[in-house]
Design a protein around this ligand. Sequence first.
Ligand SMILES: Cc1cc2nc3c(=O)[nH]c(=O)nc-3n(C[C@H](O)[C@H](O)[C@H](O)COP(=O)(O)O)c2cc1C
Ligand code: SF4
Ligand code: SF4
Length: 256
Amino acid sequence: MRLNNATAVYFSPTGNSKKCALSAAGVIGRNIEEIDLTKADSLPDGMSFDINDFIVFSAPVYGGRLYKGFAEKLTRLNGNLAKCIGIVTYGNRDYDDALLEMKNILIDREFIPLGFGAVVGRHTYGQIQTQRPDNNDLEICRTLSKEVLNKIEKGIFTIPDVKGNFPYKDGGNGGSFYPQTNSKCKMCGLCVKNCPQNAISHEDFKTIDSEKCISCFRCIRICPFGAKVMETKEYVDFAKMFSEKLSMPKEDEIFI
Ligand SMILES: Cc1cc2nc3c(=O)[nH]c(=O)nc-3n(C[C@H](O)[C@H](O)[C@H](O)COP(=O)(O)O)c2cc1C
Ligand code: SF4
Ligand code: SF4
């Protein structure tokens, strides 16, 4: 079957899931269309795909589940039997039920998911696997994609089993670490425009609404001046303990 260009659809506050999506989608060797669902209000209603489309979905694990805001965006897409791959990235703890949740939503929305990956990336918190996804991880994303394209070539449309349990564990929420803004802030507004939750005040870029913030740390990573920080004693103590606990690197997994 002749596939259309590949589309990478991702939610990726700190960039790990985006890297994996683009690596996997790049295997098709033509232009990649990107649908970045990270920013608030980033999904037009009623987006539909086509039976000849090839899509790579990629998103982080939050508390062993897909982040609720992303899961909700997925439920607004129409697959129309488009072939796809699902990837979750996780911070070296566990992905628990997130991949199964992604699989079930994709099937429900009439996509045909032919392969899945659970890939380790730098954890949002602490200093855990800070260089990942590295070249090896991205090569695993490409291998996953190649295997799926082989399946399509051979006319094999089986949907693989993945790890995970249903009912799903509780999760999918943000954390409760709300960044501070130090005196280096130049009021450039970059963090305001890029916050997935519209949680940073448009009037005063130093004020974060803790009711909206999901502690994704996107603002910390993208501030060019190092002005958004997480320096409370509670966080520093947690990050140290957490980094020690998760110091043993985990292996990526693929399901085809
Ligand atoms: C609120 C929150 C919850 C998280 N929960 C988990 C988890 O349950 N297991 C895990 O291994 N990593 C967890 N992480 C780490 C992310 O899944 C990981 O860093 C991911 O690769 C980030 O993807 P991104 O760079 O595309 O945003 C969590 C991160 C955040 C912010
Ligand atoms: S990106 Fe940094 S410098 Fe720019 S408004 Fe945000 S905190 Fe301030
Ligand atoms: S304010 Fe909160 S939700 Fe917005 S980018 Fe920063 S950590 Fe993420």
